[in-house]
Design a binder for this molecule. Structure first.
Ligand code: GLY
Length: 319
């Protein structure tokens, strides 16, 4: 992705790739902390270490390249310049030629309150994201999404589908952190609760290369919030099998929908945890504060001693 960005002028952080720890550590000597050290391969959203000091950065390089903390995903590392700002997730629907802006949300990557603890796949989200203004959306389309679509086509790989741009909204504008070719989890849950028009026809038009004629996507003005309820031990070693009660009571709330992500129902009829991120308690409300309150009321109605969630989802937008 970083090489593609360089070829097509897509704004992203300066970087270098290494498979050699000595060279990687020498490179740090020329850069300013904090250092962003990433496993090059897929690591379920957990393969990034932000090192505040040279010492931490050296240790991260050793952990990934020598100790194989992320398995074969860490055969190579990418060292990037740290980008100041707030992260946002932006989704565009693409048909190979045309892209339409779909929606934006803000995720919470760290496991614990106050953005502390290990990185996760995402512990909660809200949409819309106040940081993602109309101006930022325009910049993102012009500087990131459309050049990417043109570049993919020019290189013989026209892209059709959902393009998920993980962005840092810096003082100098949006910069690309990563692309995924899917909706985000848990961002998608918030988008689906706000989407008023039918998604399927738009996806069909994308698949058929006819997005230019797509009807306007219609959104509810009400914000939506998702609180991820994860199994104790997540992200390292989530405990499976604990019994979950009360999901129906949460779903009884008018503004709440509980999406299942990692559950199973056993032959005894009991619902049990069967994954890391297990439930997504999603609420809408007239204001973001209302949506947050409803989501946490939904969480309170669920009786699951084997689970935990963050208690500060949407803190940036509320503060
Ligand atoms: N929540 C981030 C992702 O879906 O990759």
């Amino acid at each position: 992705m970083k090489e593609f960005c360089a070829r097509h002028g897509v704004p992203t952080a300066e970087y270098k790739v290494f498979d050699d720890a000595i060279r990687a550590k020498a490179y740090l000597g020329d850069r300013e902390p904090p250092f962003v050290i990433k496993a090059d391969g897929l690591a379920a959203g957990k393969g990034v270490i932000i090192a505040e000091t040279r010492r931490e950065a050296d240790a991260a390089i050793d952990e990934i390249l020598f100790l194989r903390k992320f398995g074969t995903a860490g055969q190579r590392i990418v060292i990037e310049d740290f980008l100041p700002g707030e992260e946002a997730s932006f989704f565009a629907l693409c048909d190979g030629e045309t892209a339409i802006a779909f929606g934006a949300a803000q995720d919470h990557k760290r496991a614990y309150d106050g953005d502390k603890g290990p990185n996760t796949g995402g512990m909660g989200a809200y949409s819309p994201a106040p940081i993602f203004t109309d101006a930022v959306r325009e910049q993102t389309m012009e500087q990131i999404i459309l050049p990417t679509l043109r570049g993919m086509k020019a290189e013989g790989n026209p892209f059709v589908g959902v393009l998920f741009a993980g962005l840092m909204i810096t003082p100098a504008g949006p910069k690309l952190i990563e692309f995924n070719v899917r909706f985000g989890d848990p961002e998608c849950q918030t988008l689906m609760r706000r989407l008023k028009s039918d998604l399927a026809p738009v996806l069909l038009l994308a698949a058929q290369g006819e997005l230019a004629g797509a009807p306007k996507v219609v959104w509810d003005d009400q914000p939506a919030v998702t609180v991820v309820y994860a199994a104790q031990g997540y992200p390292d070693e989530p405990l499976k099998g604990s019994v979950i009660r009360g999901v129906a009571q949460a779903n009884d709330m008018q503004d709440v929908v509980v999406f299942h992500a990692g559950t199973r129902t056993d032959s005894d009829g009991l619902l049990r945890a069967d994954g890391g991120r297990v439930l997504n308690v999603t609420a809408t409300g007239p204001t973001l504060r209302d949506a947050v309150n409803s989501a946490y009321e939904g969480v309170r109605r669920i009786d699951w001693p084997g689970g935990f969630c963050r208690s500060d989802i949407a803190w940036r937008a509320l503060s």
